[in-house]
Design a protein around this ligand. Structure first.
Ligand code: HEM
Length: 561
């Protein structure tokens, strides 16, 4: 009996020793060659490191990028650092250098169309569908991208001006009503509904009426907003705790999918007639029309593919542009010098005329003249990038990145997170003004096109900014297809709004006044505010629920005069 007990104990010990050896290798040896500034623990890796950094954020709603910023600064601004998130996720490579990000986003011998998208995108599949261009890879992605490129060609975008202006008119009417009533309103729903309306028309010729708060908008908007809300309410804990949320998500995903398919079926006949008669109509280049180009019988497979693309464009193209607008309105309300320069440019371009008629009669020429406007947009996208990218360097591919010391590091098996927030505020690139709003730095090159070739730097008197250090739309083959549309929208909206209204932030981020009631100005000429407006991963679920049918948010108010 004793012998048996000893044998079992010895076996258990041997097993424990082997298991420990395996665990030790898995945790400490597999990725040892990748620079890491935070020693992982055997069982939890760097989860606790990140947890502590998140806990130290002044407000738990802050985006995780603020925690990464702290870790990056504490580690001495490394180009890359490994954070081991196993067993919850694959290890994460925090990329804070534009040189490294560029190697990942461009085509390479290992990856014909740049490094593959991260499996973390899988969380979005309910929203965008499995056939989405956002998650497609290889030839499937290439075929989709080729098909839709025509819908985003610069000349075609100019033909969208009447549609964009029509939606902007509704936005201006809403601001007018607010200014007359003196009511306070939050800019987020106003801007998001506007960009939703624009994207609906551009993508599938639909008037989504998202700005029509009386009717609540098209049912697509209703279901899409509720679907979005299920992402906003998700906790950072593993999915079991979010079971109810997931059930709700599936429900609204099915509803949104069905209502989009209904719209596609309804417009299929019209789309085909327009294509067959060869009418040169901007509608022939909408994403929906392009998606149905070679389809004669709408099979359920065709319908699903088209619906997934429409959902993906809705998702990618509305809140990103809305965030950009909100940031611009806030920054310009605190930055009198920039506001004055912007209004002076609009005075010079439009004079006494209504910007809408000038934009309609000479869209291309007028757009080119709005250089300071473009510089403001470019600077807002630098400081507050609304999106990002995560890729997966698949195991055993042999993909290496080169660091500034000349070393080459194989990053296989890691999620490569391009942290735009860090990359675009790098003091080594942007100097002392890295965290300040200085549109003038872009006046040498206000283009937002992700030029992969040609000029490699934007030069100002005292700065040389490498072209790859500005990447809010990412770069390389998988860059944002809608970037020029977003830039066009933002220029048109600023042109129609910024001379007509003053925006005053109330609550967080409000301007501080002196005892005479005058704004207190800092040494850079910007108004001092009662705090910084921080970015969040997603708005709270309550926000979406409370505001799906209303324009008023209880948290932050903005006043149009
Ligand atoms: C300020 C506004 C916008 C920003 C900052 C932005 C940013 C981005 C970024 C960073 C990516 C790359 C994502 C990745 O690599 O995982 C991307 C891709 C994409 N964006 Fe945008 N975007 C904006 C507006 C738009 C608009 C208006 C549309 C649609 C009309 C759009 C449609 C897309 C699509 C379809 C992709 C996937 C492209 C592909 O994989 O080929 N985006 N965007």
């Amino acid at each position: 009996m004793m012998t048996l007990t000893y044998s079992i104990s010895a076996l258990l010990l041997a097993f424990a020793w082997l298991a420990y050896g395996w665990l030790y290798n898995w945790r400490f040896r597999t990725y040892k060659h990748i620079p890491s500034y935070y020693p992982p623990s055997l069982f939890m890796g760097n989860l606790a490191t990140i947890g502590t950094a998140v806990a130290q954020l002044k407000d738990p709603r802050r985006h995780t990028d603020y925690a990464f910023e702290k870790l990056w600064k504490d580690a001495g601004y490394p180009q890359i650092t490994l954070l081991d998130l196993r067993p919850l996720n694959p290890p994460l490579l925090l990329v804070a250098s534009h040189e490294v990000a560029e190697q990942i986003s461009k085509a390479s011998k290992e990856h014909t169309w740049s490094v593959t998208k991260s499996p973390t995108m899988g969380a979005l599949l309910d929203m965008i569908g499995k056939k989405s261009i956002l998650v497609a890879e290889g030839d499937t992605w290439r075929a989709l991208r080729r098909r839709f490129n025509a819908g985003f060609a610069p000349q075609h975008l100019m033909t969208l001006m009447p549609v964009i202006l029509q939606k902007v008119d509704r936005f201006v009417a809403k601001l007018d009503a607010l200014a007359i009533s003196g009511a306070e309103a939050e800019m987020e729903p106003l801007c998001t509904n506007l960009t939703f309306d624009i994207i609906g028309d551009v993508i599938c010729n639909l008037d989504l009426k998202a700005q029509d708060t009386d009717s609540g908008g098209h049912e697509v908007v209703y279901f899409f907003k509720r679907l979005l809300a299920t992402y906003a309410g998700q906790s950072r804990l593993p999915s079991l705790t979010n079971l109810m949320l997931r059930i709700r998500r599936r429900y609204y995903a099915t509803k949104a999918d069905a209502s989009i398919k209904k719209c596609i079926k309804n417009s299929f006949a019209d789309v085909k007639i327009a294509q067959e008669t060869g009418v040169k109509d901007s509608r022939n280049r909408s994403v929906l029309s392009l998606a149905l180009k070679d389809t004669n019988d709408l099979t359920s497979e065709d319908l699903q593919i088209a619906a997934d693309q429409v959902k993906s464009f809705f998702f990618a193209g509305h809140d990103t542009t809305s965030i950009l607008l909100q940031r611009l309105f806030h920054e310009l309300s605190c930055n009198p010098k920039c506001l004055e320069a912007l209004r002076a440019e609009h005075d010079a371009v439009f004079g006494e005329e209504d910007p809408r008629s000038v934009l309609l009669s000479e869209p291309e020429h007028t757009m080119k003249q709005l250089t300071y406007t473009s510089a403001c947009i470019k600077e807002a996208l630098r400081l507050w990038p609304p999106a990002g990218t995560a890729r997966l360097s698949v195991p055993e591919k042999g993909f290496k990145v080169r660091l500034e010391d000349g070393s080459e590091v194989c990053v296989d098996g890691t999620i490569l997170y391009h942290n735009h927030f860090l990359i675009q505020r790098d003091p080594r690139v942007y100097g002392d003004t890295a965290c300040k709003f200085v549109p003038e730095r872009w006046l040498g090159n206000t283009s937002t096109a992700a030029a992969d070739e040609g000029e490699h730097c934007v030069e100002t008197d005292d700065q040389k900014i490498p072209i790859s250090a500005w990447r809010p739309f990412e770069r390389g083959p998988r860059n944002c297809i809608g970037q020029e549309l977003a830039n066009l929208e933002a220029r048109v909206i600023l042109a129609c709004v910024i001379r007509k209204f003053d925006f005053i932030k109330l609550g967080a981020g409000a301007v501080l006044n002196d005892e005479k009631g005058q704004p207190i100005v800092d040494e850079g000429g910007r108004y001092k505010t009662n705090g910084e407006l921080f970015s969040v991963s997603a708005l709270s679920e309550d926000h979406y629920r409370d505001n799906a049918d209303s324009d008023i948010d209880p948290c932050h108010y903005c006043k149009a005069l």
